[in-house]
Design a protein around this ligand. Sequence first.
Ligand SMILES: C[S@@+](CC[C@H](N)C(=O)[O-])C[C@H]1O[C@@H](n2cnc3c(N)ncnc32)[C@H](O)[C@@H]1O
Length: 495
Amino acid sequence: MSSSKSDRPKIALKRRVEAGAEVATEVATEVATKPAAPSKFRPRLGDRRAGKPRPAMPAEVIGQQDKPAAKPRKPQPEGAPSEKRPQPRSDAPRPPREHGQSSHPRRRPTVEPATAARQRFFVSCPRGLEDELARELAEIGAGDQMPARGGVIFLGDMALAWKVNLWSRLAIRVLWQVGEGHYRGEDDLYEAAMGVDWPGLFDVSRSIAVTTVGKASPLKSLNFVTLRIKDAVCDRFRAAVGERPSVDTRDPQVPITLFLSEERFTLYLDLSGSPLNRRGYRVEAAAAPLNENLAAGLLKLSGWTPGTPLYDPMMGGGTILLEAALMALNIAPGIQRHFAFENLASFDMIEWQRLRKNAMAQASEPHPLPLFGSDIDPLMVRATGLNLKAAGVFDCVRLMEADFLNVDPPMPTGLIVSNPPYGVRLGSEDDLVAFYRAVGDNLKQHFPGWTACMISGDPEFPKSIGLSANRRTPLFNGPLECRLYEYRLVAGSNR
Ligand SMILES: C[S@@+](CC[C@H](N)C(=O)[O-])C[C@H]1O[C@@H](n2cnc3c(N)ncnc32)[C@H](O)[C@@H]1O
């Protein structure tokens, strides 16, 4: 960038669409469009007056750890999820193995039909993270799996599905398949739903809600289908016990999902309830927070492993750092929350407590880690601090209020994983372009030896940053198509 430090304009965006909406998947469409972010989240060029010392992140909290950045993985082709069965990574902290569980996922070309002990589950995730999810599920023990768009199918028993709920950092939901077949009209679907033994699955005192998701379904009204499925569930209960469950569309104890493709239907019981990215620790949201499962996915895609210094210089509410701390300490992401499967007849409290106790025993005590975060907005530094405290990992991360364009690296080498501001610009294009250029300049000049992984949905970002990406991974932040750009910063390179 050629402009002098003092005359750079303050970026003023009139409207931005930020990352952070709920995730849309094939089986659970939960798209929440975020309102335009308040001005405090606008990218700012900050104060780069000549002569002003560049604050450096103190490193003493982490001792003298000075490990090289994670070895970047081979570039992967863009496009559909891999058909290859993923293998667990050897370097990631692992969820505990349960008694009798093999350390290697079994290899099968296709998933076999479910039996009583081997149920079929669909695990949804942010699109673009399917391969990472498959790898993670294999690490958890759900290796008998098949790739799918927006998620992974696996076979296993109910306890394995609970364990996936407890341990998956990337999943949005775990859905248990309770019915499946061909359909032509609403009556076929009513009959199919009547054929499910709902009273055997949960007590009539539990509230229900049905969600229908259609992909190329020829049916005219999905709302009408939803009502027919609800009727079938209630009719089946009335016939069996003389009463029907109540409906609670806002917070059902037993959420039921119907997925319709052009000719086939699948009925699921949603074992998760509220989406799994709601870990139960976020107390202060940033204006445009990443979902926790996407943040965890960025860390996986970046190749970060605990021990490698990690820095998010535009951390907002600190989601990436928080997920990193949970990973490094091997804290099960679901340990603080409840799940819808606790409301089902198949729920076994003793087995569940065993899984939870096992998880708690595997977690390390919080201690200083090579994790660093900063933001130009003091409110965001405060928000991150509160979120880290709520998760019990405040001592793991070093925080600072700083303009990224005016900060020195906290360690000689490491990995940046960040979600810079971006958006739809109405008139202030030059400001964002200038910001991205300044980010690129700063990385090039002050972060040689580092690798920077940045997620952006703004096509202007890769053009303006002035660095050539070693890898671009397509993925979705809710409905927004993004790329994770990886830049390996070598002294004197790029531009
Ligand atoms: C998209 S938000 C990050 C959200 C975050 N990933 C989360 O999950 O909460 C972008 C952040 O960049 C910060 N930011 C903007 N300009 C900055 C600058 N020059 N230096 C440091 N932070 C900046 C904003 O304050 C905002 O918190």
